[in-house]
Design a protein around this ligand. Structure first.
Ligand code: SIN
Ligand code: CO
Length: 376
């Protein structure tokens, strides 16, 4: 169990999305949920996104995984970063749970880093909120103020920024947390062999919202209304202000149908940026198979990182799971809430649910898609 030592309501009010903060001893008796060897093993897998960053005299060199071995990297000056560890390593989920005081739709992934002395990724700015939790070892972190930071060396394609004046300069040790909102430059430097954990949160951009909106209009053959007007401008080469506004109104109308808007949003927000450990059943199981498994003692468990979202005030009796719409018609609202909120549903609850055909059918669907699996 990982329990945060600070008042999360105070944190959310004062710091969340506003300003960075260091919280020393945010966890008492912090235990690393994964070892460096286990992390190195994950970075050997094809489906898992990983990279090594080497510190060099002239900058930083990035090598993308998967990796076969690590001998060539030596004793210091490099860092291994593995994304979405929560998707592949269930023992890391309890650490993620500690941050579920923020909603699931915002959560991106748990990135785990193993760093050797002098290892680091260089000064950069993220578009995401991140909590950096220090496990084994020591790392020094500097955070600069939000503002106009230039790309390093004037290179427009560089993910790095120029050196900055720190407003935070701290050495993190086991159990400390550093929270950094989007836009604040930061840089970590490793002092001793270290494991650290980045819990990232993101929100959609206008580009993502509009792309999803366009995809859903095309899929549903909607949005074909054309602009009309009866008053035309005298200047042959001009587009009138009124017509510009009329076309803008056509666009905003699209977002005003709540059913369409909520479905688009639910699909977008329940998608995952990283591969999931999905194991869909080749031979789908039936409602009867589900009842038998429950009667034999089965519980069900959600796979790591899967997003199951309910939108408040959605009149469509829908859940949104991994970018798909799943109907929950005929299922009580409190049970729908359990499915959206809980990663594990025990046998006692399932036994009660097994009296309701719509629920048994839903459980079969969750299992057949590989979204949940039977556990003891
Ligand atoms: C790191 O652990 O060095 C990278 C984490 C970050 O800067 O967001
Ligand atoms: Co960062």
């Amino acid at each position: 169990m990982y329990t945060l030592n600070f008042d999360t309501a105070d944190f959310t009010r004062e710091y969340w999305q506003k300003k960075p903060i260091v919280i020393k001893n945010a966890f008492n008796d912090f235990e690393d949920p994964i070892s460096a060897d286990e992390l190195a093993g994950l970075a050997m897998e094809e489906d898992i996104s990983s990279r090594i960053v080497q510190t060099q005299a002239q900058g930083w060199n990035v090598v993308q995984g998967p990796f076969e071995d690590y001998d060539e990297y030596g004793e210091d000056g490099w860092q291994l970063l593995v994304q979405a560890v929560n998707h592949w390593y269930p023992e890391s989920q309890p650490l993620v749970e500690a941050f579920r005081f923020l909603p699931d739709w915002r959560f991106d992934d748990l990135m785990v880093s193993f760093a050797t002395p002098k290892g680091g990724v260089g000064p950069h700015i993220d578009n995401y909120d991140v909590f950096i939790i220090q496990g084994e070892g020591k790392r020094r972190w500097q955070v600069g103020n939000i503002g106009n930071h230039q790309q390093r060396g004037g290179d427009k394609n560089s993910p790095l920024v120029d050196d900055f004046e720190p407003i935070i300069d701290v050495v993190l040790t086991k159990g400390d947390v550093l929270y950094i909102p989007p836009g604040y430059p930061h840089c970590g430097e490793t002092l001793t062999l270290a494991l650290s954990y980045s819990i990232g949160f993101r929100a959609p951009s206008q580009q993502e919202l509009l792309t999803e909106m366009a995809d859903s209009l095309i899929d549903n053959n909607l949005g074909k209304q054309r602009f009309t007007s009866t008053e035309e401008v005298a200047n042959k080469g001009f587009v009138s202000e009124q017509q510009q506004q009329g076309m803008m109104n056509l666009l905003t109308q699209l977002a005003q149908d709540p059913n369409q808007y909520q479905t688009m949003l639910g699909k977008l927000l329940s998608q995952n940026r990283f591969e999931l450990d999905l194991n869909p059943f080749e031979q789908p199981i039936s409602a009867n198979d589900v009842i038998e498994a429950i009667e034999d003692g089965a519980s069900i468990q959600r796979i790591g990182g899967l997003k199951v979202l309910k939108l408040e005030a959605d009149k469509q009796a829908q859940l949104y799971i991994n970018g798909e719409v799943v109907t929950v018609a005929g299922i009580d609202a409190d049970i729908v809430a359990i499915i959206a909120n809980e990663h594990f549903i025990d046998q006692d609850s399932l036994l009660k649910w097994s009296q309701q055909p719509a629920l048994v059918k839903l459980v079969a669907q969750l299992i057949n898609q590989g979204w949940f699996y039977f556990s003891e």
